[in-house]
Design a protein around this ligand. Structure first.
Ligand SMILES: [Zn+2]
Length: 252
C-alpha cells in the first residue's frame, strides 16, 4: 500500500508539474555553446538611439545594430521572452555537461544591444562549437508554431558554415518536434534558409536562429507568457541541441 501511495503521489506530482525536467547527465560534456537571447529591452530606449543607429554590410545588405523585437498583444517583449528561455536552457545544457556563453548578461531598459555582429563574434572568442539565437516572431495573428533559420551560402561570409548550420537546423527541427513543439503553420517549412541575417552571416561556427513561435498568435502568446511554457520551449531547444550532437557523435 505504501508503495502504491508513493506511486500515486509521484503520478499526481508529475501531472501537476506537467513538464518533466530533463535528465542531468554528461551527454554534452565538452561542448561549448553560445546562446543568443534576441534583442534587449533598452533597444527602444531613446537614450541609446545613437548606438542603435550603427550599420554594417552583412554580405547581402546593410543592416542596423539590432532591433527592438516584437511583443505579445498583452505587452510581453520578445527580449524578455528570449531572456527567460535562455536562462532555463543554459541551466539544462550545463546540467548535461556543456559550457554555455550568453551574448548578453542583462535584460534591462538601461542596456542596449549588443549589436548582432558582436553577438555573432562571441562564437570565435569562446571557441564555440555552435551558436543558437533565440527569438519569437511577429507574424499575422492566425499562424503559430516554430521555425529555424539557417544561413545560405555566401562566398567570403557563410560558405564555411552553411553545411554545418543546415545540419544544426535539421537536428533542431527534428529534436524540437520530438519534444512536442508545433512546426510553423504560416510558412511552408520549419526550415528557412536566408542570406540576409547579420547574426548568422557574421558567425564562424554553425549558427541558427530559432523563432520559437508567433508572439502575435493568442495560443503561442499564452505559452510564451507562462513559466511552464518557457520551460517547455527550453526543453524543446535542449532536445534539438542534444540531437545535433547525438547524430554526429560529437558537438563540433
Ligand atoms: Zn527577434
Amino acid at each position: 500500500m505504501k508503495r502504491l501511495a508513493a506511486a500515486m503521489v509521484a503520478l499526481l506530482l508529475g501531472a501537476w508539474l506537467s513538464v518533466p525536467a530533463l535528465a542531468a547527465d554528461g551527454s554534452l560534456s565538452g561542448a561549448v555553446i553560445v546562446l543568443d537571447p534576441g534583442h534587449q529591452l533598452g533597444n527602444s530606449n531613446p537614450k541609446f538611439s545613437s548606438q542603435m543607429k550603427q550599420k554594417r554590410f552583412n554580405g547581402t545588405l546593410v543592416k542596423g545594430c539590432n532591433t527592438t523585437g516584437t511583443a505579445t498583444n498583452k505587452g510581453l517583449p520578445e527580449a524578455t521572452f528570449a531572456w527567460r528561455v535562455s536562462q532555463v536552457l543554459k541551466q539544462q545544457l550545463e546540467a548535461r555537461g556543456a559550457q554555455v556563453a550568453l551574448t548578453r548578461t542583462v535584460n534591462s531598459r538601461n542596456a542596449w544591444g549588443p549589436c548582432v555582429w558582436d553577438r555573432a563574434g562571441l562564437s570565435a572568442k569562446v571557441n564555440a562549437d555552435f551558436f543558437v539565437s533565440i527569438h519569437g516572431d511577429g507574424a499575422p495573428a492566425k499562424g503559430r508554431g516554430f521555425h529555424v533559420i539557417a544561413p545560405g551560402r555566401l562566398k567570403g561570409w557563410t560558405k564555411d558554415i552553411a553545411v554545418g548550420s543546415r545540419q544544426l537546423a535539421t537536428s533542431m527541427i527534428a529534436g524540437m518536434k520530438q519534444a512536442g513543439a508545433t512546426p510553423t503553420t504560416y510558412l511552408s517549412s520549419p526550415l528557412s534558409v536566408r542570406t540576409d541575417q547579420t547574426t548568422l552571416n557574421f558567425n564562424d561556427v554553425p549558427a541558427v536562429i530559432v523563432e520559437l513561435g508567433n508572439m502575435r498568435n493568442a495560443r503561442d502568446a499564452a505559452q510564451m507568457s507562462s513559466a511552464a511554457g518557457v520551460q517547455q520551449y527550453a526543453n524543446q531547444l535542449a532536445t534539438g541541441i542534444s540531437r545535433y550532437c547525438e547524430v554526429r557523435s560529437r558537438c563540433r
